[in-house]
Design a binder for this molecule. Structure first.
Ligand code: F6R
Length: 243
């Protein structure tokens, strides 16, 4: 793992955007693996700014997102990860929406998982995958304990995760109980991975991911044996590293 430590969130977003733009500019048909959550928003803003200023072309770029809620209530479709991606990135680029893939959150979930992995296998893995990390070391919706061998699969959301997300809904009962997520195996099929972590609440997870043993108890530790991972940290998230 290559570890880059910078002073703050804005600088981490700049480093991450530089990595993404290098791939996009080098290959008009690049396939990007994307994430939701608060972490990549700064990077997405910079990609939008670059597109507006420099006209970077996304017309033949393809994207795959990590995860999606299952069966969101119809009055809360604005909480879907598809909506998040449209608002934070896709609506501001000249990307063909048909080339943007987010797991299907309605209908037969198991069929959706197989379809997603089939597409990922066809393209031979994304060219670059952006990841955030949970304070418990999760990546995508792969919570502690999940086997590393899983491809895209259905997960039952942790009670804690549902409580954390309840603020976006009218009540906890409306928070979905299930989601679709790319598995660790699907994530590791990426040719390159960039993981961004900022803030002191990520410091324990970052330590475990980089210096701890490889264990299902800390899903991000599975990245240790991937040959092309760049971890971008601010000083707070790096504060527990010893080496
Ligand atoms: C997002 C995702 C999650 C987040 C993680 C960190 O698609 O799969 O694993 O990356 O929960 O979330 P934030 O960035 O909000 O701290």
């Amino acid at each position: 793992m290559k570890v880059i430590i910078v002073k703050d969130y804005q600088t981490a977003s700049e480093v991450a955007a530089t990595e993404m733009l290098a791939v996009v500019k080098n290959n008009p048909k690049a396939v990007l693996g994307l994430a939701t959550g608060s972490t990549p928003v700064g990077m997405y803003n910079l990609m939008v700014k670059d597109h507006e200023m420099n006209g970077t072309d996304y017309s033949t770029i393809e994207t795959y997102n990590l995860d999606e809620y299952l069966n969101l209530p119809m009055n809360h479709l604005d909480q879907s990860y598809r909506h998040f991606m449209d608002v934070n990135l896709f609506n501001h680029l000249n990307i063909n929406k048909e080339n943007t893939h987010v797991p299907e959150g309605f209908g037969d979930a198991n069929e959706a998982c197989v379809a997603y992995d089939t597409k990922l296998a066809e393209i031979g893995g994304v060219d670059i995958q952006v990841l955030g990390i949970g304070s418990n070391g999760h990546i995508a919706f792969n919570e502690p304990g999940v086997p590393f061998e899983l491809g895209t699969h259905v997960v039952t959301l942790d009670e804690q995760t549902r409580q954390d997300n309840a603020r976006f809904f009218d009540s906890i009962d409306e928070v979905p109980t299930h989601a679709i997520t790319m598995g660790i195996k699907s994530i590791k099929s990426a040719k390159k991975i960039i993981l961004i972590a900022t803030g002191s609440n990520k410091a324990d997870a970052v330590y475990g991911m980089i210096e701890g043993e490889v264990t299902v108890d800390l899903p991000a530790s599975a990245l240790q044996d991937h040959e092309n991972v760049v971890v971008i940290l601010d000083e707070a998230a790096a504060s527990k590293l010893t080496k």
